[in-house]
Each structure stands twice: as structure tokens, then as C-alpha cells.
Design a protein around this ligand. Sequence first.
Ligand code: PMP
Length: 402
Amino acid sequence: MTAIKLARRVTDIKISPSTAAAQRARDLKAEGRDIVDLTVGEPDFDTPAAIKDVAIAAIHAGDTKYTPVNGTPALRGAIRHDYRSRLKIDAADNRIAVGGGGKQILFLAFMATVEAGDEVIIPAPYWVSYPDMVIANGGTPVIVPCAEANRFKLTPAALEAAITPATRWLVLNSPSNPTGVAYTPDELRALGEVLLRHPHVLVLSDEIYDRIWYADFPAASILTVVPELADRAMIVNGVSKSYAMTGWRIGYAVGPAPLIGAINKLQSQMSSCPSSISQAAAAAALTGPQDSVDETVVQYRARCDYAYARLNAIPGLSCIKPDGAFYLYPNCAGLIGKVTPSGKVIENDLDFVIYLLESEGVAGIHGAAYGLSPYFRISTATSMAVITDACDRIARACAALT
Ligand code: PMP
């Protein structure tokens, strides 16, 4: 067989650990193992029927062709309306890009701006894809560990210390995957003050979970709080999480026109546009009644509260309360050094998640994958029955350690 020489941009990155962990859980299930899968960062709800109906109608109406590269006028109008009404952000047409998921937009933003030697500041714990997206585009991720004592949030001092002349971007994700914590408006303002002193740094604010919100302070975008950053802040959002539309693949960004223009130029050569049918559905999601979002958030919150209380009651584990999203990121420091019934020492968070999987069939993801140990991530985007079962199993597994 001919050996295929792959490009560095591929050999330097890895498959997303969450995708890999979800696959491991699926494989074990297929082998007949009784697995409780808490790896998947995807709503367990179905896309609301009204949104599906719009997509079906779009097919029948012949909306089955290429759309403009920067999205259909209807979707752009819906995004503009959403940003104006919720966030008080003006999103003119030349400030909007739409793509095949927030993931594609993020990748294109780095592709449009990052070159060898460029640094991207990523606070840890981080969503697993950011560093690899930067590496795939030739840049250098600069990981800044953020202490649990500060709710895993980047401090202005740590930001200031991480900025160099080579810094291109700061990446923020609020509410965060994997911790669920969100920045308060005051915290965003304080980070913004640092950025205002460093005009060469762009800020990429991933707000994809901003509708799945539990905190008693208002959800805020850095662009609302620090409007002076309008010429270098890009806000990423999408319909995947809020509207249970992960498979429809629509994400979007609002940002400075030159950057958005570059993203659209790349998009024109990469995919021309995202699916016309999905765009019709996404426009309907953003402009239609929001009851489905409200109803699912009530359920996400109840599940999160329940799992939070259960995990905190387990000796050796502790966990901070999320402000939004559907994840918990428990600290397992109290179990490191303990011994499993089969005599293996738990040396790190990977050993712990492997032990959970092997002993009780609970699939989670180790904190090292998110850049901060010793923790593990569980997704609570699954039914209360599954979460209850999972908490029982985790409690049993932890109690069996000596
Ligand atoms: N950002 C974060 C923080 C996420 O967790 C995800 C999905 N896992 C995305 C972006 C991308 O979502 P999508 O591509 O489905 O819009």
C-alpha cells in the first residue's frame, strides 16, 4: 500500500477527546455492556416540531439551492433581530457570517487570522476544540490555567500576564463548556479594560450556551459590556444547543466587517454556504416562539441542580454550581491516591474516569482533556432517570475505593 503523507496541520492535532469518549461508550454499549453515557454535549430533546415544519415547507417551496455565502436574507435578519433585542448589539449585514455550526465559524476565524508564531490565549479548562483549531491553522495556543477558587474564570491580571506582542486572540466561552460558569458583566468589563490597553488583541467570545442560563445575574456579551471593542470582538453563537438542532449544522458570528469578509471569502471556497434548508429552520428558531427554549432550560436546570447536590454529597468529590449550559465539572482531588477493589491506584483524573467506566459503566471525560486536572466532565443533557442512575453508580464506585 502507498503510504499517504499527511500534512502537519493534521498530524499535529488529535480527534476531539469528547468525540472519542462518546465513541468508546457507544462501542461498549454495542458489546452489550450496561453503559450510562454522560459524555455527550448535545441536547437529548428533539428539535421542536414547528421548526421542523418550516424546514419541510422550505423543501417544498424549492429553497433547495445555494444561498448567498453570508446566509439567506431571512437568517441574517433573524440574527440581526436577535442580537439587537437580546444583547443590544448592532449586526449589520457585513458584520454577520453563517456557517455549518459554530465549530466551522470558529475554525474559519482562526484560519483567517492565525499564522505561524501567532499566539491565542485560551483559559483552561477550555472546550477541547479550541487548541487544536489553533494548531491546525499553524498558531500556538497559550493555555492559562484558571483556578477553581475563582470559579475557573480568567482574571484581568492573568490575562495581562499572558499577552505578548504575538498575541492574536483571547478566547472566552461563557457559559463555559466544561464548567458551566459564566462571566458577570463586571468581570467582562474588567477583562475588557485589559484588552483596551492592547489594541493588537482580538477577542473571540463563544456564547453558544447563553440561552441555557441559570445564574441570578444577567447573561451578557462582552460586546454589550465593552462596546469599545466592536472593531475587534467576534461573538459566536448557533442554534445547536438552544434549539436542540445539533444535526442541522448552523452557527454564526457577529464581528468586525474585515474579519467577517475574510471568513466569508474562505467559506466561498470551502462550502459556498451552509444548507439552505437548515438556514430556513434556523431563521424560524430565532424568530419564532421561544417557549421550547424556556421549557428545556427548566429541565436542564433541574437536572443540573440534582446532579450538583448528589455529587457534592459523595466523599472525595466536590463541584461548583454552574451558571448555565449543561455540564458539571467535579473535582476528584479527594480520590487521587486511593486504591480500586482490583488493587489499582487512582493516580490522575484519567485513571478515575477509566475506573468509573470499568467498575460501574459510567462514561465521563477526564479533566486533562479540558486542560485542568484533577476533574472530570459529565453532561447533564440526558434524562433525570439516567442522571439518577449515574449518580448512584458514581457514589458506589467512589465508596468502593480505599
Ligand atoms: N462552542 C462550544 C463551547 C461547544 O461546546 C460547541 C459544541 N460542543 C460548539 C462551540 C460548537 O457547536 P456547533 O458546531 O454545533 O454550533
